[in-house]
Design a protein around this ligand. Structure first.
Ligand code: PEP
Length: 253
C-alpha cells in the first residue's frame, strides 16, 4: 500500500502568530476528523519550524516539512539553511525543485540532483517536484519534458534511495492560477511517471512511491483528482493557508 500524503506549502505567507494559529487549528481538526491513514505535512517558512514542532507534538501522522534546503551540508553559505538544521527542528520532509525555485532562483535539474542527495543522506524525505510549463503542454511534449526532469535529477540514485522519495507532479500552468489539470490529465501523467520510474528502478520501487498532484487543488476538486489510481495525494499551495480547506482536501480520500 502506498502512503497517502497531503502536504501544504505555505510559501512566503503567514507571520509567526498567524502560523501558530493555523497549525493549532489544523492539528485540532485533524485529530477530530481525520483517519490516521492520510499523512499531513505542513511546510511553513523556515523560521516557524521550531515553534510549530512544539504545537504538532507527537500528533499521529502530522509532520513538518521545509520548502527548500541548501545542497551543502554546512559551511560559508550566508543566509542558507542546511538539512541538519532542519532535522534539529523536527522537519522530516523537504520540498525540492518547486517550480518557483526553478524559475526565480535558477535551480536546474543537475543542481536539484545534488539537493536530493544531501536530503537523503540526512535521512529526510524529499518531495521532488516536476511539471511542465504551458507552452510545452500546448506542443504536446509534456510527457517527454517531465520524464526528462526525473531522469536528470533522480536516475543516479540506487533503488533503495529512490524508494525514499515522494514525487509531486505540478503542471506549472495550474499553480496558483485557479486552472486545475483535469482528473484524466493528472492520472495519465502520474501513470507515465510511474512507468518511467519502473523502467529504471523496477516495478516494486515504482509501485511503492507516492506521487502527489499539485496545482490549484481545493476541496471542490480534490476528490475527483485523488480518485486516479496513480494519484496518492496532493501538494497544496493556496488552499493550505486555511485549516478548513486543507483538512477538507485531506478528507477527500
Ligand atoms: C504549489 O505551489 O505547490 C501549489 C500547488 O500551489 P496552488 O495549490 O496554490 O496552485
Amino acid at each position: 500500500m502506498r502512503k497517502k500524503i497531503v502536504a501544504g506549502n505555505w510559501k512566503m505567507n503567514k507571520a509567526f502568530d498567524e502560523g501558530k494559529s493555523l497549525t493549532s487549528e489544523i492539528v485540532n481538526i485533524y485529530k477530530d476528523e481525520v483517519k490516521d491513514d492520510v499523512t499531513a505535512v505542513i511546510c511553513p517558512p523556515y523560521i516557524h519550524l521550531h515553534s510549530l514542532a512544539g504545537i504538532i507534538g507527537n500528533t499521529t501522522n502530522v509532520f513538518l516539512g521545509a520548502q527548500n534546503c541548501n545542497d551543502h551540508e554546512s559551511g560559508a553559505y550566508t543566509g542558507e539553511i542546511s538539512v541538519d538544521m532542519l532535522k534539529s527542528v523536527c522537519a522530516t520532509f523537504v520540498i525540492i525543485g518547486h517550480s518557483e525555485r526553478r524559475e526565480y532562483f535558477g535551480e536546474t535539474d543537475e543542481f536539484l540532483a545534488k539537493k536530493v542527495d544531501t536530503t537523503l543522506k540526512a535521512g529526510l524525505t524529499p518531495i521532488f517536484c516536476c511539471g511542465e510549463p504551458l507552452e510545452i503542454r500546448e506542443k504536446g511534449a509534456h510527457f517527454e519534458f517531465v520524464t526528462q526532469q526525473l531522469t536528470n535529477s533522480l536516475f543516479h540514485l540506487s533503488a533503495d534511495e529512490m524508494k525514499k522519495l515522494v514525487i509531486a507532479y505540478e503542471p506549472i500552468w495550474a499553480i496558483g492560477t485557479g486552472k486545475t489539470a483535469s482528473a484524466e490529465q493528472a492520472q495519465e501523467m502520474h501513470a507515465k511517471i510511474r512507468a518511467h520510474l519502473s523502467g529504471k528502478f523496477g516495478d516494486d520501487v515504482a509501485e511503492s512511491i507516492s506521487i502527489l498532484y499539485g496545482g490549484s487543488c481545493k476541496p471542490s476538486n480534490a476528490n475527483e483528482i485523488f480518485a486516479g489510481k496513480d494519484v496518492d495525494g496532493g501538494l497544496i499551495g493556496g488552499a493550505s493557508l486555511k485549516a478548513r480547506d486543507f483538512i477538507d482536501i485531506i478528507k477527500s480520500f
